[in-house]
Design a protein around this ligand. Structure first.
Ligand code: SAM
Length: 246
């Protein structure tokens, strides 16, 4: 299924409201992962990026790319939505970095162009993983790393659409996870644990770690209501995959 045109329309339409609501949280400090803004200094997922060629897949307003450019990485921010890229251009700091419009499904870069490809609820949440993961692997050089954060199957399976919150009851079929309708033909994507392992290994990547970010009780979720409020302290809401290309 080609969700590129619909996802581009969706993000162009919601960009302004999304940044108004979420930019203060996403950009509050450098290197904050996911719905609970857990600092990378606790998770140790990305490591030192100084002098590395880095691609952010689905950079949005570039909060991550801006931070890594300031640390001395040679960052490229890629996003499907021109509205999101315009927000990134407006928010760019003194460490300038290039912004490229494109889709995670068909990356406009030569093989071996990057040392690190990463995203936080970006291209690997919004493009079919069986297309986007091989593309990310292709543009990595040998020894390069693919690191990305997505919602966990637990979170998706327990999401109660009617109540609009994550619950303690299984709501969706685990084996039915796949494309998630986001309205007007737009889709996000989710895989089972086994599905992620197969797609990563199938692209020739080695899995180094699967970090399950665990917020402290009382840490707010900036995006979704959960019942109970400390849901993500008790069950994993996110998967932070750490892989490399041998
Ligand atoms: C939730 S944002 C992630 C960016 C940032 N980390 C954040 O949390 O705001 C998702 C981003 O993915 C982009 N996107 C959607 N589909 C994409 C695709 N197929 N390829 C690349 N980027 C895509 C959207 O335009 C949006 O900027």
């Amino acid at each position: 299924m080609d969700s590129i045109p619909a996802n581009r329309r969706l993000w162009n339409r919601i960009s302004s409201a999304y940044q108004h609501e979420h930019d203060p949280q996403i950009g509050a400090a450098p290197r904050l992962w996911g719905m609970y803004s857990i600092p990378d200094e606790y998770l140790h997922a990305l490591g030192d990026v100084t002098g590395k060629r880095v691609l952010e897949l689905g950079c949005g307003a570039g909060q991550w790319s801006r931070a890594l450019a300031a640390e001395g990485a040679n960052v490229v921010g890629l996003d499907l939505s021109e509205a999101q890229l315009a927000a990134a251009a407006r928010a760019m700091g003194t460490a300038r970095y290039p912004l490229v419009q494109g889709a995670a499904e068909k990356l406009p870069f030569a093989a071996g162009s990057f040392d690190l490809v990463f995203c936080d609820f970006g291209g690997l949440s919004w493009a079919p993983p069986h297309l986007a993961v091989p593309q990310a692997a292709r543009v990595l050089g040998r020894g390069g790393r693919l690191v990305f954060n997505v919602a966990s199957p637990w979170f998706e399976a327990c999401y109660d659409e009617v109540a609009g919150r994550v619950s303690t009851t299984l709501q969706q079929d685990y084996f039915g996870l796949g494309a998630i309708a986001e309205g007007d033909g737009a889709s996000s994507y989710q895989l089972t644990y086994g599905g992620w392992v197969r797609v990563l290994r199938g692209a020739g990547l080695i899995i180094d770690d699967l970090i399950e970010p665990r917020p402290e009780p009382g840490t707010p979720n900036g995006y979704n209501k959960t019942d109970p409020p400390d849901w993500a302290h008790r069950w994993p809401a996110e998967l932070l995959w750490v892989t490399h290309k041998p």
